[in-house]
Ligand binder design. Sequence first.
Ligand code: SAH
Length: 239
Amino acid sequence: MGQIRLYIAQPLTVGSEVVLNEQQSHYLTHVMKLKVGDTISCFDNQSGEYGCTLIAVGKKQTTLKVLEHHKPYAQTPDIWLLFAPVKKDNTDFIIQKATELGVRKIIPVQTRYTITERIKRERFEAQAIEAAEQCRRVDLPQIAEIKKFDDILQQWDKTRILYYMDETLTGKPIAQALENAKSCAILVGPEGGFSAEELEKLRGLSFARAVCLGPRILRAETAVVSALSCWQALKGDWQ
Ligand code: SAH
C-alpha cells in the first residue's frame, strides 16, 4: 500500500466508496499526481487503517474505494497535555509535536500570562490531523476548547495526576516525579511563566506535582516536547 495517508472524516468499511473533499482531492491529484488505480492508506479515527485505491479522478471530485483493513484502531497512551497558547507558529509546533508524541487529549489553558485568549480550534485540529497522518497514528488527539486555569483545576478528576512543569526549579526531577505515574496530564506554562498565585494554587492541590526539567529555563515548546518524551520513554509506549 502507498505511503500517502489521509484522515477521512466518516466511518470506513471494506468495499465502501468515499468521495474526497476538494482539498484532499486537490492534494492527491494535483500535488501528489496520483491516478486511477493508485493506492493510499486512510484512517477514520474509529476503526483503524485501510488500504484504498483511487477509482475516479475528476476536476473537483476524487473517489476512493476501500480495499482492505490493515491496522486495527488503537488509542495512544492515556496522557494529556495542558499548555498555554504561545505565538501562532510555536503553538502550531506544540500541537504537531504533541500529536507525534502520542498525546491523547490536548487542553489549551488560559493562565495569567497567556498571550492569546482566543484560539482557533479548527486550526489546531488541522495541525493535529496533518501530524497524525504523517506519524501513522490511527487515532486523533482530542482537542478541547481553551479553559481558564482556575476552572480546569476546579473541575479536575482528582485521580488523574497533574504534573506541572515548574520553572522555579523546585520540583522533583522528571524521572523521579513520574515513578508512580499512571493516567496523568502534563501542564506547561506560557513564555511568561506561571504567576506566583498560580504556583501557590498548584502547590496546594492533592493531585498536582511539581516537576523540574533541569537547570536551564526552556521555551514553552521545548518544555512540552521534553516532558512528553520523558513520559513516553518512562511510562508510555516507547518502552
Ligand atoms: N519566563 C519564565 C520562564 C517560562 S518558560 C521565567 O523566566 O522564569 C515556559 C514554561 O516552560 C514554564 O512555565 C514551565 O512550565 C516550563 N519550563 C521551562 N523550563 C523549565 C524547567 N527547567 N523545569 C520545569 N519547567 C520548565
